[in-house]
Design a protein around this ligand. Structure first.
Ligand code: CA
Length: 641
């Protein structure tokens, strides 16, 4: 019987009986304040989606969403009325402990996706079902197998995935949802369903994909990775070669973590050109306020420096949505964008205790304590509320933000006279011992994204608190144009050596001299073996080595100097001689470097080095037995105060 209903519904879909509200039919959305640059060439079918996974848990916790008239309204209708045409819902297999208590994050199963999807369909919103194939969050850091599937072989897991996907889709469609896309896994860069070998992953992807194809060939099958990368094209191609039948390669794109719009575009273009697959952004979001609404820390916010990408304002959020949509639309095969968690706002409550009780009971926080049994190291420790209430499209009280209108205004643009929107943060790097000087002006950012300089008044007490005696970081606030100004002050160690950490590609100022024969030392690019950055001075040889590496600096002011270097390594033998040295005014000064093992960084220091000539040579010397190894990093040369 259920099958009959599905067939009838599928027929109705084919005949165009159920379809989204088009831009023409939608009541005209207008804004007196929002500046939206038109996205040219964005088709009517371009997906402007929102992830609404937290909706039911939020409602159960007492959250009320409102429309622009201030009236309580179904959040899904408010989204649809403002240009959103698709929703996305995450689905977990069994996000409950043995007593039936939810893990949180909505504790979503196929049944909840069915409920949200059916409601969304009433407003013409299509549904993207986001199968994690896990009992809780799946992302690049974890892809845990569902409890009930633990210990199964890859083939057995594939069977389970196929059956589970088919049953879930049937349930979701029977409820009345308009399923347009299905994700086979979530941010599966490093694995899926507990498997991390690519060949095994391909078997699981194909199991899910096959279930979707068999269920309805019209549904688009989506593979989803995090963080745009040129490597996505390799993966997308490998999937094809491995026989994975899919339609869309999607990426997450969080501008505060994932590089520039150009990086995003290059990644999407590479996938599209090499595979012909459609591409989209499955998750993106931006910060509209530096406030935290529920006392549960947010994943991105104040003090981060991210405000230089877009201001932490409603207009900044709108610009981010517009720019990501425009970037995807500029790619031939770009089909759309989903905003992540449009409505995950604070649950009502006098204080943290009251809110926390709701997160635990209704799963309206990112994790409940009950998730600890399944995910002890993350959810089990840090369970709490919404980590993105400062990035939702509704304010803390449930009122829609003006930025929500962006979706409806993208195709036409909305050109109101630009006004000042925020100040861009500025940053200053000072050397140890330098006097504190901050800029007289700061950039004001206008609603159209343009900038101009304005005079700023800094907080005197905060300037006084900046100490340059030792390295450190400070934030100084100020006022300009009626906005709060921010200056990040970084007091850094000066370095009279050039490229002391080897990160710059030109390392010609360093001279490596081999005293023994054969390979002695080189510059190695490997962050695990570097003290800072990713490049270090490295040695290893099966035979005994003897070498030095040094740099000579000239025109130094008269005075006493301090030199230091970091080192790690081992197996150098009892007769090894490894030391830091300085040659100044014809004298050589040395300090031994003892290597104590991998990643156990030691420091060699030379102090009170006089230098009258203004010329000084700094280096390391290594003589050790075969099999000895190590790296040196972060040479520092500074005058003593
Ligand atoms: Ca929060």
């Amino acid at each position: 019987m259920k099958r009959m209903i599905a067939v009838v519904l599928a027929l109705a879909l084919l005949l165009g009986g159920v379809r989204g509200v088009t831009a023409m039919e939608m009541e005209q959305v207008t804004s007196d304040t929002l500046y939206v640059r038109q996205v040219e060439g964005m088709g009517e079918d371009f997906i402007l989606g929102a992830d609404v996974s937290s909706l039911l848990a939020e409602e159960a916790s007492g959250v009320v969403y409102r429309d622009f008239a201030g009236q309580p309204q179904d959040m899904l209708k408010v989204l649809a009325d403002n240009g959103v045409n698709y929703v996305r819902v995450r689905v977990w297999v069994d996000p409950f402990d043995k007593d039936g208590r939810g893990y949180g994050g909505g504790s979503y199963t196929a049944a909840t996706a069915a409920e949200i999807g059916a409601r969304a369909a009433k407003y013409g919103l299509k549904l993207l079902v986001d199968f994690h194939y896990s009992d809780f969050w799946a992302d690049p850091s974890k892809q845990m197998v569902p409890k009930a599937w633990a210990g199964l072989s890859v083939q057995a897991k594939a069977e389970r995935i196929k059956a589970y996907t088919a049953e879930s889709l049937q349930l979701i469609r029977d409820a009345g949802a308009d399923v347009g896309m299905v994700q086979i896994g979530n941010e599966t860069n490093n694995g899926i369903c507990g498997e991390s070998y690519f060949d095994d992953m391909a078997v699981l992807y194909q199991a899910g994909a096959q279930a979707v194809r068999d269920f309805d060939p019209e549904i688009l099958i989506v593979i989803h990775y995090s963080e745009p990368s040129l490597g996505h094209a390799d993966v997308a191609e490998d999937l094809v070669h491995s026989g994975v039948d899919y339609d869309v390669f999607a990426t997450s794109y969080y501008p505060f973590w994932h590089g520039t719009l150009e990086d995003l575009r290059e990644s999407l273009v590479a996938v599209a050109e090499r595979t012909g697959k459609r591409v989209m952004v499955a998750e993106t979001q931006w910060i509209y306020t530096d406030a935290d609404g529920d006392g549960s820390g947010n994943s991105a916010g104040p003090g981060s420096g991210y405000e230089s990408i877009y201001p932490f304002t409603v207009q900044g959020q709108s610009r981010e949505i517009r720019d990501v949509a425009a970037t995807v639309a500029s790619v031939d095969k770009g089909i759309g964008v989903f905003y992540w968690e449009a409505g995950w706002i604070p649950v009502p409550g006098e204080d943290w205790v009251e809110r926390s009780a709701k997160w635990e009971r209704f799963g309206s926080g990112w994790a409940a304590s009950y998730a600890g049994e399944y995910d002890p190291n993350d959810a089990g420790r840090y369970y709490g509320g919404s980590a993105c209430d400062n990035m939702a499209l509704f304010d803390f009280a449930g009122n829609p933000l003006e930025s929500l209108k962006t979706f409806a205004l993208l195709r036409t643009g909305n050109y109101v006279p630009p006004v000042a929107d925020a100040l861009d943060a500025v940053s200053v790097t000072l050397g140890v011992g330098e006097s504190v000087a901050l800029p007289d002006t700061v950039p004001v950012v206008f609603t159209d994204g343009s900038q101009d300089q304005r005079e700023v008044v800094w907080n005197d007490d905060e300037i006084q608190a900046v100490s340059t005696k030792t390295p450190g970081k400070f934030v100084v606030h100020g006022r300009a144009e009626g906005f709060e100004a921010l200056c990040y002050v970084d007091v850094a160690e000066n370095n009279y050596l050039i490229n002391g950490s080897f990160e710059e590609e030109d390392r010609s100022m360093w001279t490596i001299t081999a005293i023994a024969s054969g390979d002695q030392a080189d510059f190695q690019v490997k962050s695990a073996d570097a003290y800072s950055g990713e490049v270090s001075l490295h040695f290893w040889n099966g035979a005994a080595v003897e070498w030095r590496c040094e740099q000579t600096v000239t025109d130094l002011p008269d005075g006493a100097w301090r030199v230091s270097v970091k080192g790690q390594g081992g197996d150098v033998g009892n007769d090894a001689d490894i030391h830091l040295y300085v040659i100044s005014d014809g004298q050589t000064y040395t300090a031994p470097m003892i290597l104590r093992g991998w990643a156990d960084w030691q420091e060699a220091v030379l102090e009170h080095i006089p230098c009258a000539s203004g010329t000084l040579t700094v280096g390391v010397y290594v003589r050790c037995q075969g099999g000895g190894w190590g790296t040196f990093d972060d040479f520092l040369l500074n005058p003593e105060k």
